[in-house]
Design a protein around this ligand. Sequence first.
Ligand code: ADP
Ligand code: MG
Length: 582
Amino acid sequence: MTRLFNDPTSFATEAREGFAAANGAYVCAAQGGVISRTPAAAGTVAVVIGGGSGHYPAFAGFVGPGLAHGAAMGDLFASPSAQQILAIAKAAENGGGVLLGYGNYAGDVLNFTTAQEWMRGEGIACESIAVTDDIASAPPDHEAERRGIAGDLAVFKIAGAAAAAGIPLDEVARIARHANARVRSFGVAFGGCTLPGATEPLFSVPPGRMALGLGIHGEPGIEESDVPSADALAGRLVEVLLGELPTGIDRAAGKRAVPILNGLGSVKHEELFVVFRRIAELLERAGVQLVTPQVGEFCTSFEMPGASLTLVWLDPELERLWLAPAESAAFRIGATQAEYATARQTDPVGPEPSTHPTDAPTVASAASRGAAPSVLASLEAVHDRIIDAAEELGRIDAVAGDGDHGIGMVRGSRAARDAAAHAVAAGNGAGTVLRCAANAWSDRAGGTSGALWGLMLRALGDALGDREAPDAAAVASGVADAVAAVRQRGGAEPGDKTMVDALVPFSRTLSWEVTAGAPLAHAWCDAAAAAETAAAATATLTPRKGRARTHGARSLGTPDAGAHSFALIAIAIGKTLRKDNR
Ligand code: ADP
Ligand code: MG
């Protein structure tokens, strides 16, 4: 869905004007498109690229030093006219002739070929290259019929570098053709795109399904499947591309290639990185040496959800040209990329974050070690309860917060449980087990509540220590310390609609009952009931602390997420303590 436009028929023109206004360092607006602010050196080849609009950064985003000298920009998904191409080519030409570069689509072929003839008719040397990287668009024995997608970038970049090196036109054209023969792409889409002013998408993919080999203008795919996991998609893309190596490359192992993972318009960079993580693994496992991987948007199809993978199979000539410096609005290769062309950071820099407390381990007494498994049992119960409640907690947090409370609590409680299991197995006392759990929780959970839960468990662990068997009085006083720590660090008071509203009555009830002589399990369960009542009562409050405060009024009628999760946890631990006592 395109939301921001004026008159839909002026969209492409207005986008071009805005692009030029924003990128004066690289381009000047010209009749029919843009030309590079840095002209071709006298007597060198000018590389002029182009195609329809709606594919940004193709094509204008690739105009700049070391790359293209001009881009002819057509209307939405429509080839520029021969007149536009001619105007841009003549503006960019500086005595060395012109190489025209475009994706292999009927309209583009027609217009670029016409423009080439006109150029030649005017006595200007002109060659052209139609990029044909999309292997889904025609079988291997019909390579010349294939259309161009993100492989455009590789071919234009290499041609631009050859032109900048002063190589003559015939040779630049040969290199561009060679690059094109070495570039292969394959893409998938999860849905269509809707052009400005249109009410319906250009095409659609059924919900939950994925079209394989779909073109960037909605040309039909070759196959459909369920939307796979990120790793499974990576596997499929790599499998398809390794299944069709360019002529002259007998096997992938030992070869050097540039992988380009291209988002088609509305796939998040982070999603692409998740997919690329696996792509890199698989290519490396196949023995391919990855050179300057590119992950981002290089050739889009408006706001189409989808992605394509391109492999540029290098030889020394292509690699030298690919790595030559270039800078444009949407793409750059500089000294750093060239120097670290194949660098890949597989190990985290610096030591693994530790989930263990930094203090020297104390020698645990047998009594404290004996209590450690109960601590673990409680943390297991906490995690189980949180897993069940995760969706509900997310929903509550979404009313006025950001909806991540469930996810964060799942991550935190799982890490705490696992760290505690380790610590118990290593023979630690109850205090150390809790402190290990605390560090793991705050490290993994993220968010405000993660930090506060880390604080609470740590305060409790410090209070219990590793010497005494934790009795009811020690637990009640440790809980009081934990609550004090949250109040001190978070600054929330009762009534602010935070977890403090549940913590305070919980701790108070626990202390009263324990002081009055109640056994721990009994006192804990009564305290948990008080926490539950108090958490429910937060529904009538408006938040004054935390993220939710900015949408305070909206949360009236809904309890506080952190108070609610605390009550659930307190109840779950109460049940475990009861069982322990039996
Ligand atoms: P985030 O707010 O960072 O997204 P979560 O969603 O995991 O973190 O947790 C939100 C909960 O954190 C709130 O419902 C509230 O109970 C608690 N919280 C937020 N700020 C404070 C604070 N200053 N003191 C105590 N609890 C707080
Ligand atoms: Mg949140």
